[in-house]
Design a protein around this ligand. Sequence first.
Ligand code: BG6
Length: 480
Amino acid sequence: MAATIVIFGASGDLTGRKLIPALYQLFRKGRLSSPLNIVGVSRTKFSHDEWRTELATSTEKFAGDSFDQEKWAQFAERIYYQPGDIGQAEDFAALAKFVDEIEGGESGTRIYYLSTAPRFYLPAVEHLGQAGMACETNGPRRVVIEKPFGRDLKSAKELNKAVHEVFAEHQVYRIDHYLGKETVQNLLVLRFGNTIFEPIWNRNYIDHVQITVAEEVEVGSRAGYYDSAGVVRDMVQNHLLQLLMVTAMEAPVRYEADAIRNEKVKVLHAIRPLDAEQVRTDTFRGQYRGYTASEGVKPTSRTPTFAALKLGIDNWRWQGVPFYLRSGKAMSCRTTQIVIQFYAPPQKLFVDTPTGLGEANRLVIQVQPAEGIQLHFQTKVPDAGMRMRQTDLNFNYQKEFRGVMPEAYERLLLDALEGDASLFARADEVEAAWKICDPILEAWEAKDKPTLFMYDPGFWGPEECLDWMTAQGRQWFDTC
Ligand code: BG6
């Protein structure tokens, strides 16, 4: 029996750049367990063929060498387009009829993918409900909701409530594409598929953790959205906190959606919310020079494009271990990395034994690009007495496994089709993440807000942020 995915926001950027190329790759690799109908919905008037032609062009661009005309033609046979306005209930009645028709009365799994501006999430969900499209009598019905899920705790709660009036929680898949990245899932394998890391993965051995998501790109064509969001809503509330949760969580009792999400949520609950004073001392906001000249940005905009925060986790494993989170646009290079900084040895036995953190053991999980893991440690320099030097063990995905890393959306779309929500955020998880971000946003948006430090594009954020770290006896590890 065929499955169907209905994509709302069909003419949008995400559909052409990520969703369709990912579905095509799943088809090309033979990963789909049943035939897949794709129905695009948006207000633009397209015929089925016009939309197929558009998608062929964008998929060829993003799939590169793996694009195969013949495979595409087979894949495109089941691509359809249905014009519709999310605000119009009658368009959903027509959509329900159309989907029934192409399914030929044999309904399998259906996914409704909301790849629209967030203001359309509510009407889309409401109208799906009214059209009877959420009802699971004829097969599973799931809704995939893109980020941002709300813009603060209050709006996220309202959205959860409205979604739950139509879909039960097991039908809701809140997507965070960082969880679809191979290296993020590998962090679970590194920690819980090996024995040697867990015993030292705690306050007894670890001085601090750094999580950096640096982007080289500026805001570009998304400036309109970005200017009203800023870095905390765009990156910290979701991607950075997801990386933190996977780094800090306890082992789940089994590899299953709720067991994993229970452990992740516990981490968020254990994070000490910052009060107004701590927001001043433990967070940092910056904006790159030239941001306000971008099209779509207010010339007087104070929206931060860079953030650094220090968070503490109140539990037995992490008490006293700071987690430094940092993200920015227009930075030196594109890199996402998690640095586990271990303590220096307790005794200076050799002349070069590290006493400071700079030369102490460090585990670097390189999430992207150059995906891999490096372990830094001291080695005796040959023929030089007992002199030492820092060296590293370097695991690189590309060298080890060859081939191209799959796009995060491939994994996540496949999981949504198969009903595995392990890599999707649960309602309580997004709310708990907002609970951490709300006080920061409130203080940053208050009248007496902390300084907005400026930085030049191509740097690691404001210089003052480097000094802030140095003042704490630590340094950022910046590797491009
Ligand atoms: C998105 C943000 O969620 O993630 C963007 O909205 C950001 O601002 C993007 O550029 C980064 O994703 P990736 O996978 O390129 O690191």
